[in-house]
Design a protein around this ligand. Structure first.
Ligand code: ZN
Length: 61
């Protein structure tokens, strides 16, 4: 619908919408996600477990 394109804000609004609080897939804590691709909190990404087995967690969808 062209009407939506006219009224929606540029990329800034889109980025703000995609960056929101999500539940970490590893520990369940709520964290500030950078987007749909970001499902693991920074704390877990720093752990040894994340670095060794990230493939099974990140791409399980
Ligand atoms: Zn976590």
């Amino acid at each position: 619908m062209s009407l939506i394109k006219k009224t929606s804000l540029p990329a800034v609004a889109k980025d703000r919408d995609s960056a929101k609080n999500r539940a970490c897939l590893m520990c369940g804590d709520t964290f500030k996600s950078e987007g749909a691709h970001n499902r693991i909190c920074r704390k877990c990404k720093e752990t040894k477990t994340w670095r060794e087995g990230r493939s099974s967690v990140e791409y399980s969808v």
